[in-house]
Design a protein around this ligand. Structure first.
Ligand SMILES: O=C(O)CCC(=O)C(=O)O
Length: 199
């Protein structure tokens, strides 16, 4: 079994950073697979679950098939390491940011009711490449900032009180040079079925 080095950056809400979670060759494979397929990102309504384009999120994305082998490996490792039922993981979303693109501060859980099945309780973000300038994932209310590093992962939970959950407000900062930022995000539900957004 692979033993990961993990660092806890915050206890409540839990924010964890792990290096070398995704093999470098798998990071490259994810990017190559998704590159011709990404489409302009949408946001999901926190009130009724519909998806739509919004200036707060200017990336492009693509949902990876669950049976793609590197994806299976990452998903199984996330489930095992963070003690989740694999069925609670939403489909893995590959996200590409180009110069100036970003995801402004937001929370990942649903504020009024839930979309699909159950409430979201946790997020894992895998960095698939290094970024020279910009592109940090920041948690302004916790004073945390993570620079994208190929193969590393951040994980955070928001299954606390509303006041604590709000502290997981986070953002993907704009890329400020000509490089791209590629990540893979997996949101997790409290239990129940896997979940897929409409395209
Ligand atoms: O791009 C980032 O660093 C953050 C991505 C994000 O907020 C998300 O996928 O929910």
């Amino acid at each position: 079994m692979y033993i990961y080095e993990s660092d806890i950056y915050n206890d409540e809400p839990l924010v964890v950073y792990l290096e070398n979670f995704v093999a470098p060759s798998d990071c490259d494979s994810f990017i190559e697979y998704a590159k011709p397929k990404v489409k302009s990102s949408k946001v999901i309504s926190k009130t009724n679950g519909t998806t739509y384009h919004h200036s707060a999120r200017t990336s492009s994305d693509f949902f990876m098939p669950n049976d793609y082998e590197p994806n299976e490996v990452v998903r199984n490792n996330v489930a095992e390491f963070f003690d989740k039922d694999i069925i609670s993981l939403e489909d893995s979303m590959i996200i590409r940011y180009q110069k100036g693109e970003q995801y402004k501060p937001h929370v990942d859980y649903f504020l009024h009711g839930v979309s699909g099945s159950k409430q979201r309780v946790a997020t894992a973000i895998c960095y698939l490449n290094d970024v020279d300038e910009g592109g940090e994932t920041v948690f302004p209310l916790l004073g945390l900032s993570f620079k994208p590093k190929k193969g590393s992962l951040i994980y955070f939970e928001y299954n606390y009180t509303p006041e604590i959950n709000r502290l997981t407000t986070h953002a993907g900062e704009p890329i400020t040079d000509n490089s791209e930022k590629w990540i893979m995000t997996i949101w997790m539900r409290d239990t129940g079925n896997g979940f897929k957004y409409d395209a």
